[in-house]
Design a protein around this ligand. Structure first.
Ligand SMILES: [Zn+2]
Length: 391
């Protein structure tokens, strides 16, 4: 019996090692053209197309509104942290339809937030650092621009600056995520009805002497720089509350993200034609980069509570589709057992950068089933465009 178990164990260990070595050998054997062979691999492209054509949407499955919540750097371990460190049931548990997203950029196997957000916002696989542009640096029309063209309302909320990679990719077009001032110049003419986040440093004073606040006001925006208003305005709203990113949860940001989301929903829901709202929990990623579990987990819980706001809205507004996903995983974060003690979780990191692991996507509402499966990040754009009948 004992011997039998040993043999079985050895066999499976050999099989495991064999597979592992095979994969390693494949990857290591071609380090120089790794990127080329990967991106030119037709399988990932075919799969994306297949998923889209398969995603036939019936009338009943068409939502009027989409709320897209992006947890920056939020892999499955980050999501799992909501079960172990959250207070009360996790809002992630309210979803029944779940999928996985492949995140590689055109330039790199491991994506950054700019390339991934551009895949979501404009449906193009592009290079790391690209803000709403193709891999040839040509402006790619975003879902926000399509939505505005069709008369829908739009909103963008982040706990980073509004010029940061994820929110920036939804309303701006820039060759580089580093060009914060250039990204800010897209705000006044964007037509976005509701902005909330940080980024005063890039509005005024600026190196080119322009004043983005004045330009926003000239385009019928109410500009708020001190605290989140409690009521909506008849004008479009640009709420810019911090010099750069918003404060960390650990430094007392409070429930900014949940309240901003509530306020945006109140405003956008007045449009009978529907709306598109993107909400980013930006700093889950920053906790991952700095390998600080308390930073990561407090940001994750804040984001998870905001998901509850979106789901509650969708509960009373049945024509609303809620999608929650991440742009990539950050930190190689794991909830490992403390050495020798399986009853104690010790969060650990394997990198200060991003990882190439797939990220989960959760969907709830009309057409939610079309967001299940495994697909490339660019397909999320196409699925959302189909759902809102924008293309
Ligand atoms: Zn990052």
């Amino acid at each position: 019996m004992h011997k039998h178990r040993f043999i079985l164990g050895t066999l499976s260990l050999l099989l495991f090692l064999g597979c592992g070595n095979l994969e390693l050998a494949t990857i290591n054997s071609q380090p120089s053209n790794n990127t080329i062979s990967y991106t030119s691999n037709p399988r990932s492209i075919e799969n994306s197309t297949l998923n889209i054509s398969e995603a036939k949407i019936s009338e009943a499955d068409e939502p009027l509104n989409i709320i897209l919540l992006i947890g920056d750097g939020m892999g499955l371990s980050q999501v799992s942290a909501s079960h172990y460190y959250g207070t009360g049931p996790s809002n992630f548990d309210r979803f029944n339809t779940i999928g996985l997203i492949k995140t590689s950029a055109s330039s790199d196997l491991v994506t950054d937030s700019a390339a991934s957000a551009t895949a979501y916002s404009a449906g193009v696989q592009t290079y790391n650092g690209a803000i709403g542009v193709t891999k040839d640096s040509i402006a790619a029309k975003t879902i926000v621009e399509y939505a505005i063209e069709k008369g829908l309302s739009t909103g963008l909320i982040a706990t980073s600056s509004l010029m940061h990679a994820t929110p920036g990719s939804f309303y701006a077009h820039s060759k580089s995520r580093q060009f914060y001032e250039e990204i800010a110049t897209f705000m006044p003419d964007s037509g976005v009805d509701f902005f909330a986040g940080g980024g005063q440093l890039f509005c005024a004073p600026r190196t080119d002497g322009r004043n983005i606040y004045d330009e926003l006001k000239a385009k019928n925006y109410e500009v708020t720089l001190d605290s989140l208003p409690s009521v909506i305005s008849n004008k479009k709203q640009a709420i810019i509350l911090a010099p750069d990113g918003m404060p960390r949860m650990l430094d007392g940001r409070g429930d900014f993200l949940a309240r901003a989301t509530k306020l945006a929903l109140k405003k956008l829901a007045t449009n009978k034609k529907g709306f598109f709202l993107m909400v980013e929990g930006s700093q889950i990623d920053w906790g991952g980069h700095s390998n600080e579990a308390p930073y990561l987990i407090t940001e994750l819980i804040d984001f998870e509570k905001t998901i509850g706001v979106a789901l509650d809205f969708a509960k009373s507004n049945k024509n609303t589709l809620v999608i929650v996903t991440a742009d990539h995983e950050t930190g190689g974060f794991t909830l490992s057992a403390e050495d020798g003690n399986y009853n104690v979780i010790e969060p650990r990191f394997s990198t200060k950068s991003h990882s190439a692991t797939m990220v989960p996507v959760f969907s709830k509402g009309p057409g939610e089933k079309n967001f299940a499966g495994i697909y490339q990040n660019t397909s999320l754009f196409k699925k959302m465009m189909q759902a809102l009948k924008l293309k």
